[in-house]
Design a binder for this molecule. Sequence first.
Ligand SMILES: NC(=O)C1=CN([C@@H]2O[C@H](COP(=O)(O)OP(=O)(O)OC[C@H]3O[C@@H](n4cnc5c(N)ncnc54)[C@H](OP(=O)(O)O)[C@@H]3O)[C@@H](O)[C@H]2O)C=CC1
Ligand SMILES: O=C(O)[C@H](O)COP(=O)(O)O
Length: 503
Amino acid sequence: MAGTGVFAEILDGDVYMYYADGEWKKSSSGKTVAIINPTTRKTQYKVQACTQEEVNKAMESAKAAQKSWAKTPLWKRAELLHKAAAILKEHKAPIAECLVKEIAKPAKDAVTEVVRSGDLVSYTAEEGVRILGEGKFLVSDSFPGNERTKYCLTSKIPLGVILAIPPFNYPVNLAVSKIAPALIAGNSLVLKPPTQGAVSALHMVHCFHLAGFPKGLISCVTGKGSEIGDFLTMHPGVNCISFTGGDTGIAISKKAGMIPLQMELGGKDACIVLEDADLDLVASNIIKGGFSYSGQRCTAVKVVLVMESVADALVEKVKAKIAKLTVGPPEDDCDITPVVSESSANFIEGLVKDAKEKGATFCQDYKRDGNLIWPLLLDNVRPDMRIAWEEPFGPVLPIIRINSIEEGIHHCNASNFGLQGSVFTKDVNKAILISDAMETGTVQINSAPARGPDHFPFQGLKDSGIGSQGVANSINMMTKIKSTVINLPTPSYTIGNGGHSKL
Ligand SMILES: NC(=O)C1=CN([C@@H]2O[C@H](COP(=O)(O)OP(=O)(O)OC[C@H]3O[C@@H](n4cnc5c(N)ncnc54)[C@H](OP(=O)(O)O)[C@@H]3O)[C@@H](O)[C@H]2O)C=CC1
Ligand SMILES: O=C(O)[C@H](O)COP(=O)(O)O
């Protein structure tokens, strides 16, 4: 159970502690932040509201710990990460329980998130050993006007202190996708978990504590982003920010100093369906892509752009599948569970009302009970409706009927987002041309958008992000190239070669 057994030491009374200097601590603020269970809408957990002074101390410890961690052999860093991954997987049940209670993730998906996270940590350790174990060797005479008098050796060095800020929907997986690359590359890390998801993240951090990482190398400071966020992101001790979330990321990138930023932000992933598509395949991908975790995934299918001639048939197939989705509490492993907060449910409802007023066809009745919103397919959506452009982050999916491929591409590219997109057709040549025309970081052919497998590159264009994630990209992003140039007194290959050497 959460907060018991090995996790008992992270709890003080009914408040979870924050982690700094290798210890679990109570904040001197005396204040706590309540985590509301999305299903019961009652306080489930409490975490510490950390002060600026506590953030300063965590940053100082992170800076000091990083210096010696960078000198720790790569294989030893990898060994500790493998150990943390094993501990994480061993404790998947209590961590998954937190995910169910804090963010209403369906029970089986919650376990999958923890196992996937353990695998990600191990994979990153493996990949890090390979990527960081290699450098480059360059010779000067490949550039015009140079003799072979310079040998350049490059290697990858850590950046320093990484600030990691993940969102509520994958508080464990999107935290370790930042922690593991940071650590294998020789950085230290300060984690600011999402408030909804903080307790799952604190349990995960305890697994790293149990693995025996040096004191101060990892810290986890809790508190509302709106209160400590700016102090963290503008902190002079931070050398890189890895953020996943919504528009907050755009604001952070304007405020952050001259440091590398990795930003994975929102999306309005379009699914373009051509006339020759396998409609059964499309329908199952729309269900998986649009409604898993109640649509609260940045990679969810967020608008379907279907050719008019096959639209009726597709809508019928999707409707039939929606009717089979189970709706209810995450503990029962229902397909559709309450969305994360009341304000999120209200926002989704606003989009639905706007679509209703503007004449969208409701394929089901709109139904809501607290934060629980029944899955809803909106047909005949037009560009003047908000739902055509905004991401509901909920189980509501708009369908726009199109009369040409160009119309579909135009809608996709007119979005301010550019995360992923998908195209369904049996004509692979057409699919490639459409993929090239779509202004998104990834295009999936004949499948719904998805970030995983976690070693694939993952990136968004426009307002969807800066940089690229995925195991290898994150390791590279959290390092800098260092060159050492060996200068020879005479060009190489001249000694013993016709007497040109001046030695
Ligand atoms: N591209 C991607 O990979 C993903 C994108 N997203 C996007 O994220 C959004 C939903 O996630 P959500 O968690 O609500 O996103 P938010 O942007 O609201 O929050 C993300 C994180 O930022 C923190 N935060 C809030 N304010 C600040 C601040 N001023 N400075 C620093 N940090 C701050 C939050 O903390 P707190 O919880 O305390 O407010 C949370 O940890 C959607 O738009 C979705 O598309 C989500 C997942 C993946
Ligand atoms: O946070 C998100 O929504 C993700 O990064 C998407 O991950 P997934 O495609 O594996 O669900």
